[in-house]
Design a protein around this ligand. Structure first.
Ligand SMILES: [Zn+2]
Length: 133
């Protein structure tokens, strides 16, 4: 069965990338709760945090922190929520582990699909504000 995030990482499905590393990437959520809602995803497929190696998780949380800083700077967000849903009962929808980085105090977008132009602009703003490793 196909995995949407694997398809995005392999370039077979479009997404607005904020960061591309060898082992972790970040792209904008297609159905953002708030403007700038970003997902941190490992390149390799793992189901949820329970089967993800610790070193990969460490890279994911480190990137989530950098994205949080970028969101606060680029979007003037006073707060950022970082969370992972693990298992359908906890609201996981895509079964390729990911961390949500959601800015607060910015426009609420109610899961309205991200417009391509808006996504491109947002991704550029966040990339430009991303601090170094
Ligand atoms: Zn996958």
């Amino acid at each position: 069965m196909g995995c949407v995030f694997c398809e995005i990482i392999q370039g077979r499905r479009p997404a607005h990338f904020v960061y591309r590393g060898e082992r972790v990437v970040a792209f904008l959520d297609r159905y953002p709760l708030y403007r700038g809602h970003t997902l941190v995803v490992p390149v390799q497929h793992y189901r949820d945090i329970t089967d993800t190696p610790d070193d990969v998780l460490a890279e994911m949380i480190s990137l989530a922190k950098r994205i949080a800083i970028a969101l606060m700077k680029a979007l003037d967000a006073p707060g950022v929520r970082i969370l992972a849903n693990n298992g359908a009962a906890a609201g996981q929808v895509i079964f390729h582990v990911h961390i949500h980085v959601i800015p607060y105090g910015v426009e609420k977008t109610w899961r309205r699909p991200l417009e391509p132009e808006e996504g491109e602009k947002l991704a550029r703003m966040i990339r430009d504000a991303l601090p170094g490793d």
